[in-house]
Design a protein around this ligand. Structure first.
Ligand code: ATP
Ligand code: MG
Length: 137
């Protein structure tokens, strides 16, 4: 059983589509192993996206991720990492396939509704970044 980290970003939380997004996961064989709603600050959001620190959009990304509460989750299932990325769709919602979360709930590359770990290594780091072992059930 594989685990991955999912974040419902501030735009989707504000729109009131937390439940609709979680339904996509549960309806496609991904189990919610952990979940909480939190407000990120600059340090927590910047540390999470540390790999993008030198990119021109880093400042905007941190400002967006701290613009309101997010829901962080651990999703568990067969091929959870790839399955979640498939359900999310492309980073830019305009390029995301019909029926994906980003195509249906996101407006722009900056405000793109969800995050999902992109590898086993990042999943492990990202899960530990938000959850202690006894919170993943
Ligand atoms: P995420 O890591 O949030 O799941 P991703 O893995 O699809 O998204 P990354 O390349 O890791 O995409 O970029 C992280 C985030 O940075 C994206 O979700 C997007 O909001 C923002 N981003 C990426 N590329 C650009 C860009 N060229 N211009 C503006 N923002 C961008
Ligand atoms: Mg990424």
């Amino acid at each position: 059983m594989e685990q991955t980290l999912s974040i419902i970003k501030p735009d989707a939380v504000k729109k009131g589509v937390i439940g609709k997004i979680i339904d996509r996961f549960e309806s496609n064989g991904l189990r919610i192993a952990a979940m909480k709603k939190i407000q990120l600050d600059d340090a927590k959001a910047g540390g999470f996206y540390a790999e993008h620190k030198e990119r021109p959009f880093f400042g905007d990304l941190v400002a967006f991720m701290t613009s309101g509460p997010v829901v962080v989750m651990v999703l568990e299932g067969d091929n959870a990492i790839a399955k979640n990325r498939d359900l999310m769709g492309a980073t830019n919602p305009k390029e995301a396939k019909e029926g994906t979360i980003r195509a249906d709930f996101a407006e722009s590359i900056d405000a793109n509704a969800v995050h999902g770990s992109d590898s086993a290594q990042s999943a492990q780091r990202e899960i530990k970044y938000f959850f202690s072992d006894n919170e993943v059930l």
